[in-house]
Design a binder for this molecule. Structure first.
Ligand code: FNR
Length: 212
């Protein structure tokens, strides 16, 4: 039996009938058995405040610990005003701090953007990749997933209606599974245990001589 990898799936929309949430669920259902996907909720997170780095709110600390546990991350996001929705950017910022203690560091990831529009959230997808480079997350290059025409993509049960779209999504999630295996971080169990025992603390100042 294949080893399963814990994949945190982040959805950049809080809307109940979100196309992106439907897409995230569809991808989780299609994922090969090496991936154990779980949507990690981000709608309850407070706004990131650097003053709280030494003592983050419980919801933020729990979210960061959840990301720390994950082997990989899948981002499924709409485009808001040609960029990443604030709610997703907030979650990313929360788990990235204090500086030098980012939970994202080194985790393989992939980005899917979904929009009713024709260009499939290209702007959000690319803006997100800009942050992922800084966060040192190896991001799946191909296939890119700019999914347009979401308005009639799902049936009443959330199933992707078009066979061609399903085939593309299967190819995407298979490529992601292979990407995860190629880019897995070596797990330091002792460090992880210590991290889970206490929320990360720090003064948030960058290390001398390093960009921040
Ligand atoms: C949008 N929408 C949108 N769509 C797009 O393709 N490019 C864009 O820049 C924007 N900008 C934008 C800003 C804001 C504030 C909202 C609320 C919406 C439309 C968006 O794609 C649409 O509402 C999707 O349905 C949002 O995704 P979910 O919620 O269905 O996952």
């Amino acid at each position: 039996m294949a080893t399963t990898r814990d994949v945190a799936v982040l959805v950049g929309s809080l809307r109940k009938e979100s196309f992106n949430r439907k897409m995230a669920r569809a991808l989780c259902a299609m994922a090969p058995e090496t991936l154990a996907c779980e949507i990690v909720e981000i709608g309850n997170l407070p706004l990131y405040d650097q003053d709280d780095d030494a003592n983050p709110p419980p919801a933020s600390a729990a979210f960061k610990a959840r990301i720390q546990r994950a082997a990989a991350v899948l981002f499924v996001t709409p485009e808001y005003n040609r960029s990443v929705p604030g709610v997703l950017k907030n979650a990313i910022d929360i788990a990235s701090r204090p500086y030098g203690k980012s939970a994202w560091d080194g985790k393989p990831c992939a980005v899917v953007s979904v929009s009713p529009g024709a260009i499939g959230g290209f702007g959000a997808n690319q803006h997100l990749r800009q942050s992922l480079v800084f966060l040192n997350m190896p991001v799946l290059q191909q296939p890119e997933a700019y999914v347009g025409g979401a308005g009639d993509m799902f049936d009443a049960d959330g199933r992707v209606t078009k066979e061609a779209t399903r085939a593309f999504l299967q190819k995407f999630v298979n490529a992601f599974a292979a990407w995860v295996e190629r880019n897995l971080m070596p797990l330091d169990e002792a460090a992880l245990e210590a991290l889970h025992a206490a929320p990360p603390v720090g003064d948030g100042r960058p290390a001398a001589g390093r960009p921040h």
